[in-house]
Design a binder for this molecule. Structure first.
Ligand code: CAA
Length: 258
């Protein structure tokens, strides 16, 4: 597939999507969001893919929605034909594990897309922010909802109201990112994590992701009940039989993703 604003590749069972509009710091223009949606749909449908990595360049993961395009919008056009809705949903509702590998700027929609992924691994140069308030708007891709869930109310309010950026170290301390690594090691570390995830049973990894995400949608007793039912249902899979048999036989499991 010939894309113009992103690049895609596969390495083993891992699909990699690289945002690639260097002159605009990977700003999320209509063309890029359409291509991202298409690439995700392709990896979702491909049984040979067990995990996806979303990344940008060393300078920018993404500097947000494309302000030059946004500037032309009015309320009715956005309300009637929101160009972002499909893309945001395609990332947030992506069913396979997806990791954001972030270097440089992850601002506005860039920070929000990273937060839609299952977890973020950042390089030491990563800078996160919701600077929309400087443009006379507020975050519009889940930032006011996902940021407080990730870092708590105080930091989320601070970021959204002042528009300041948060460096990688602060982001790790606050729980926004799972790990911080040197910039030249970022992709190696992320690919190793992705290959590890992709080596597990895909349906079990998908159910695990769904259960963790339920922690943000449900109360504790409902969530625990959901977890218990899904756990019980996993005993209907071949991969559960294989995983436990392999442990008993002292050998590596050979998951068949069913
Ligand atoms: N949209 C469109 N173009 C952008 C852009 C964006 N979000 N961010 C950067 N660019 C463009 C710049 O216009 C510039 O292009 P030209 O060379 O043609 O002028 C190029 O990328 C390089 O940018 P700078 O010269 O500004 O680079 P810098 O290193 O001096 O600054 C920066 C980097 C601090 C990230 C700065 O570019 C910046 O503040 N960008 C805007 C960040 C922002 O406000 N993001 C939120 C967008 S709104 C949003 O995302 C809404 C939502 O919730 C969905």
């Amino acid at each position: 597939m010939a894309y113009t604003t992103i690049q895609t590749k596969t390495e083993g069972r891992v699909g990699v999507i690289t945002l690639d509009r260097p002159k605009a710091l990977n700003a999320l223009c209509d063309a890029l969001t359409a291509e991202l949606t298409e690439a995700l749909a392709g990896f979702e449908a491909d049984d040979a893919i067990g995990c996806v990595v979303l990344t940008g360049s060393a300078k920018a993961f993404a500097a947000g929605a494309d302000i030059k395009e946004l500037q032309e919008k009015d309320f009715i056009s956005l309300y009637r034909h929101d160009p972002f809705e499909k893309t945001w949903e395609s990332v947030a509702r992506f069913r396979k594990p997806i990791i954001a590998a972030v270097s440089g700027y992850a601002l506005g929609g860039g920070c929000e897309i990273a937060m839609m992924c299952d977890f973020i691994i950042a390089s030491e140069t990563a800078r996160f922010g919701q600077p929309e308030i400087n443009l006379g708007v507020m975050p519009g891709a889940g930032g006011t909802q996902r940021l407080p869930r990730a870092v708590g109310k105080a930091k989320a309010m601070d970021m959204c109201l002042t528009g300041r950026m948060m460096g990688a170290e602060e982001a790790e301390r606050a729980g926004l990112v799972s790990r911080v690594v040197p910039v030249d090691e970022l992709m190696d570390v992320v690919m190793e994590a992705a290959q590890t995830i992709a080596s597990k049973s895909l349906p079990i990894a998908m159910m695990t992701k769904e259960a963790v995400n339920m922690a943000f949608e449900m109360g504790l007793s409902e969530g625990v009940r959901f977890e218990r039912r899904v756990f019980q249902s996993q005993f209907a899979t071949e991969d559960q039989s294989e995983g436990m048999a392999a442990f008993a036989d002292k050998r590596a499991p050979h998951f068949r993703h069913r």
